[in-house]
Design a protein around this ligand. Structure first.
Ligand SMILES: NC(=O)c1ccc[n+]([C@@H]2O[C@H](COP(=O)([O-])OP(=O)(O)OC[C@H]3O[C@@H](n4cnc5c(N)ncnc54)[C@H](OP(=O)(O)O)[C@@H]3O)[C@@H](O)[C@H]2O)c1
Length: 324
């Protein structure tokens, strides 16, 4: 099998494609011939040793895979060869094969392409966890999403719209803003404006101020947009692609604002049953057409480093899937 291997924490260009023997099945497992693997910003952080969790090296990055079952351990009785499935593998996804516990696979609705199925989980579960479990959002309120043209931001636009929120999406290019509009944002802001201008535009578009701020970007933009929150408004801390913002405590005190941490991965690790239930719920909404994950751009597996670099360089509108 072919895999993208991180031999030590290093620049993305040092990722290597290796040919390895296929792993053995273990009791309760199935083998999947991977047809698509989702790429996330966090994979780039893992590879460079910049994430708070550092996997032992060498490792194969990649969390979300889709493929067809090609082999089944003798003790597994309820799955069939050839079934198209999704699996959350944690690590190891950037490979042409995956051996996973049969308990971790999900059959896929026909309405979802391999690429969509391989790229929705992290973005949509983070958004669902943030908006439903952490923020307890109420319909018709205003949600401002930063980094809204890709990854977790675009997922939050779609989930927010499905939850009945009025979504304002900030993104840097017309292509990204159009994706957010297609997912149901009622207004967009060009995030290449100054942080202050983005904040003022968000206030103007909402009329009364922002109720929820979904921030995977951080840096100066996140810090400034906190000031667009209305009374009791919530700032949802999602990520720091532009740096960790230094939130001014006086601005949190004013208007009784709230700052809410969102660590979906940490929560999912401690609550696997609840996370599985959330995944099933989100998958059902996708199958019903109420959530609409974007069709990703695709790169061949051997271009994993380039795919991660393009994400870091903000070149990707939507999502990326690697095709082994
Ligand atoms: N809290 C959680 O549970 C959780 C879960 C998943 C991911 N995350 C985090 O969320 C963040 C985003 O992940 P993702 O997979 O959505 O990434 P992504 O697909 O690359 O999207 C990030 C977006 O941020 C924007 N951005 C603004 N300034 C940037 C900068 N200096 N560098 C790079 N991008 C910049 C870009 O949009 P524009 O070009 O339009 O500005 C880009 O499209 C990461 O920090 C990740 O670790 C957190």
């Amino acid at each position: 099998m072919r895999s993208i291997v991180c031999n030590q924490f290093a620049p993305l260009s040092e990722l290597v494609l290796e040919e390895k023997p296929s792993p053995e099945l273990f009791p309760g497992s199935v083998r999947i011939a991977v047809t698509a693997c989702g790429v996330n910003f966090v994979d780039a952080l893992f590879v460079q040793g910049k994430y708070q969790i550092k996997p032992p090296t060498p490792f194969v990055p990649g969390m979300e895979v889709v493929g067809r079952i090609t082999e089944i351990a003798p003790d597994v009785t309820d799955v069939q060869i050839g079934t198209r499935v999704f699996a959350n593998v944690g690590l190891g996804g950037f490979s042409s094969e995956a051996v996973v516990s049969a308990k971790r696979i999900m059959k896929l609705p026909e309405t979802l392409s391999d690429g969509q199925a391989a790229t929705f989980m992290q973005s949509y579960l983070t958004a669902w966890f943030a908006l439903v479990e952490r923020a307890h959002v109420e319909r018709d309120k205003h949600l401002l999403v930063l980094g809204a043209g890709s990854g977790v931001g675009l997922g939050a636009v779609d989930v927010g719209r499905a939850l009945g929120l009025r979504v304002i999406a900030a993104a840097s290019t017309e292509e990204k803003r159009n994706l957010a509009l297609e997912r149901g944002a009622f207004a967009v802001i060009d995030s290449t404006l100054s942080a202050d201008e983005v904040k003022e535009e968000a206030k103007r578009l909402s009329g009364s101020g922002i109720d929820y701020l979904y921030d995977p970007v951080g840096g100066d933009l996140g810090e400034t947009c906190l000031r667009a929150l209305t009374d009791d408004g919530q700032y949802l801390v999602i990520g720091f692609v532009a740096g960790i913002p230094k939130l001014p405590a006086n601005q949190v005190l004013l208007r009784n604002r709230r700052v809410t941490g969102v660590d979906w991965g940490g929560w999912a690790g401690k609550n696997p049953g609840l996370n599985d239930r959330m995944l099933t719920q989100v998958m059902e909404l996708i199958a019903a057409g109420e959530l609409r994950p974007v069709e990703p751009q695709t790169y061949p597996l051997e271009q994993a480093a380039q795919a991660l670099q393009d994400l870091e360089d903000r070149k990707v509108a939507g999502k990326i899937a690697l095709i082994p």
